[in-house]
Write a protein of this length. Structure first.
Ligand code: FES
Length: 130
């Protein structure tokens, strides 16, 4: 187990960055992880075509919370087009730990929510099937 990576993950879990809500956000999207029922919500504020403020809220395991916290730092100041280019591999690299296949949904839930919000998607088709 990578100790530094684990420490960093726990730090984001125990002291999540940008946790809370925004007044009058421009983009709001909320989604659950169907395998555990945990739910996260992202709120984004835009200015000059960039994400000027971001908050997340909701409950989830250490991996999903840390991933959400790190993602808020990653996307703040970015354009929506830039956010659309963030992929699964970047998030896994950002987490800095080996994530087991069982926990991939936890790690990637925040990115999924942010992307849905940024793309203006209203729901993920077929989500109830798994
Ligand atoms: Fe629910 Fe990880 S166990 S998001």
């Amino acid at each position: 187990m990578d100790e530094l990576g684990m420490e960093r993950l726990l730090d984001h879990y125990q002291d999540p960055r940008n946790y809370g809500h925004l007044d009058d956000p421009d983009i709001v999207y909320e989604e659950g992880n169907p395998s555990c029922g945990d739910q996260l919500r992202f709120e984004l504020k835009l200015a000059d075509n960039r994400i000027s403020e971001v908050r997340f809220s909701g409950k989830g395991c250490a991996i999903s919370q840390a991933s959400a916290s790190m993602l808020t730092e990653r996307i703040k100041g970015q354009t929506l087009e830039e956010v659309k280019t963030i992929d699964k591999d970047e998030v896994l690299e950002m987490l800095g730990l080996e994530i087991s296949p069982m926990r991939l949904k936890c790690a990637l839930l925040p990115l999924k929510i942010v992307k849905a919000g940024v793309y203006g998607i209203k729901g993920w088709p077929g989500e109830d099937e798994d």
